[in-house]
Design a protein around this ligand. Structure first.
Ligand code: C5P
Length: 207
């Protein structure tokens, strides 16, 4: 059974694609961004300074998975905080074992995130790097947020996405980058169904 790594920037479609790949290939899916969001939410609620490596690292070590169901997990503030705490080496190392164990399941797995193909599962049988133009990603995120009743401007969403890209690609520890053996999937001009079809095709050709 295959181990599949899916990486890419915010709102590229990687989460939707990874979930669909899990269904298609019959393997469990882990959204690793959600783990960083859980850590961020724990830290915010404890009033921690988000640059406090030891304090936030302790939240990552005692991961409260019940927060995966929290209504605020997907909010912009949590995403922003997740991007900040994910730059802390203490946080990344505390989440490493959980992710590696998920990837090592004998039945295979699909994980999506920023460093799956490069750090968490460099041995993955298939790797995708999913991206899209920043304006396209901002438009998608804006539509999602307004559909969820949030009051945001598209300009603000674009600015947040660009800031998050810069931080995720610029950090010293496990920066976002395409693994040398990953196939690039640009979803700028694709709807969800077409992107999933293309992803299945690319993964199948790597297996
Ligand atoms: O994918 P999502 O937007 O939920 O991820 C939230 C944040 O978590 C990202 O901006 C990124 O900084 C961080 N992250 C990471 N490594 C991963 C997954 C997410 O650093 N494997």
């Amino acid at each position: 059974m295959p181990l599949i790594a899916v990486d890419g920037p915010a709102a590229s479609g990687k989460g939707t694609i990874a979930r669909a790949l899990g269904r298609h290939f019959g393997v469990p899916h882990l959204d690793t961004g959600a783990l960083y969001r859980v850590v961020a939410l724990s830290a915010l609620r404890s009033g921690l300074d988000l640059s406090d490596g030891a304090g936030v690292g302790a939240k990552a070590a005692a991961l409260d998975l019940s927060l995966l169901e929290d209504a605020e997990l997907r909010g912009a503030q949590t995403g922003e905080a997740a991007s900040l705490v994910s730059a802390l080496p203490e946080v990344r190392s505390a989440l490493l074992a959980f992710q590696k164990a998920f990837a090592a399941q004998p039945g295979g797995a699909v994980l999506d995130g920023r460093d799956i193909g490069t750090v968490i599962a460099p041995e993955a049988a298939a790797k995708l790097f999913v991206t899209a133009a920043a304006e396209t990603r901002a438009r998608r995120r804006f539509l999602e947020l307004t559909a969820a009743g949030r009051d945001v401007s598209e300009e603000r969403v674009l600015a947040d996405i660009l800031a998050r890209d810069a931080r995720d690609m610029g950090r010293a520890d496990a920066p976002l980058r395409q693994a040398a053996d990953a196939d690039l999937l640009d979803t700028s001009e694709l709807d969800i169904a077409a992107a999933v079809r293309k992803a299945v095709e690319l993964v199948s050709s790597q297996l």
